[in-house]
Design a protein around this ligand. Structure first.
Ligand SMILES: Nc1ncnc2c1ncn2[C@@H]1O[C@H](COP(=O)(O)OP(=O)(O)O)[C@@H](O)[C@H]1O
Ligand SMILES: [Mg+2]
Length: 257
């Protein structure tokens, strides 16, 4: 297989005295969609913040394109080609769709490149072209998520970190957005890390998955293998199908490897 484009080794990240990431290692190969699964509080968002430089790891290394990037400023990491689309579909509500997209290109100076990227975003999200003069705060939740992804694309990334893009959206909209992510992967060869609690949808899209629990990776494998895994089916995919009762069962189950 190819060399990994992103390679994380034994990182630890803290909030004050609390260790939220407890020695995580993972690899992402060029053109892959890698999904990070895990219950609420497992450390998925902290891991994304650590990759994008919003948080610095206390220990461990993060290599991207063969260079160590841990500890770099977030904008330097964007310049290297890593874009983080945070959870909660953050857009600037009082700015227009167009202005939000322009902000995504803040590390670029080539106007031709920026125009090209904007056209690319509009080709994947035609609704954003229709709404380009509208204030982002007046968009629907699904459209705001599309704008957040579109703004990330404007940085012309090599890899996108998507933190729970399905959160709070209807199943139909989740499908629509995931179909577009799949097209971006197929047609643009866009590499992605997809953080999800929606394991079924994520594993349908992903090539490889890692499962996190209390700051650690407790399982990893190809998406097919994870989908078939008895543990995942009972204690993870079950969460989606059977609701809150299962969710409680998942939380009680401490060791399930
Ligand atoms: N700003 C913060 N300050 C202190 N603890 C935090 C903060 N953000 C998250 N945590 C804790 O770190 C752990 C991992 O959280 P997080 O990475 O947000 O998990 P996930 O994204 O998987 O739901 C949780 O125990 C959470 O309570
Ligand atoms: Mg999170």
């Amino acid at each position: 297989m190819s060399q990994p484009v992103l390679s994380i080794r034994n990182i630890e990240s803290f909030y004050g005295p609390i260790m939220a990431i407890r020695g995580v290692s993972l690899d992402v190969h060029p053109g892959q969609i890698v999904s990070i699964l895990g219950a609420n509080g497992a450390g998925k968002t902290t891991l994304m913040k650590t990759i994008s430089g919003v948080m610095d790891p206390e220990k461990g290394t993060i290599s991207f394109d063969g260079q160590h990037i841990q500890g770099l400023e977030p904008h330097k990491i964007v310049q290297k080609g890593i874009v983080h689309i945070p959870e909660g579909r953050e857009v600037f509500p009082l700015l227009t769709v167009d202005e939000n997209l322009s902000l995504g290109a803040y590390t670029l100076t080539d106007k031709g490149q920026i125009d090209h990227d904007r056209d690319l975003v509009f080709s994947y999200f035609p609704i954003l072209r229709d709404r380009r003069a509208q204030e982002a705060g007046t968009l629907s939740g699904g459209q705001q998520q599309m704008l957040a992804i579109g703004r990330g694309l404007m940085a012309n990334p090599k890899i996108m970190l998507l933190d729970e893009p399905s959160l709070g959206l209807s199943p139909l909209l989740v499908q629509e957005i995931f179909d577009i992510l799949k097209r971006l992967n197929d047609e643009q060869n866009m590499t992605m890390i997809l953080v999800e609690q929606n394991a079924t949808a994520a594993l349908e899209l992903a090539h490889h998955g890692y499962v996190m629990e209390i700051g650690r990776i407790v399982m990893d494998g190809t998406a097919d293998v994870l989908m078939q895994s008895e543990d995942i089916r009972n204690f993870y995919l079950g969460v989606q199908e059977e609701g809150a009762r299962e969710n409680r069962r998942w939380k009680r189950k401490k060791t399930w490897r």
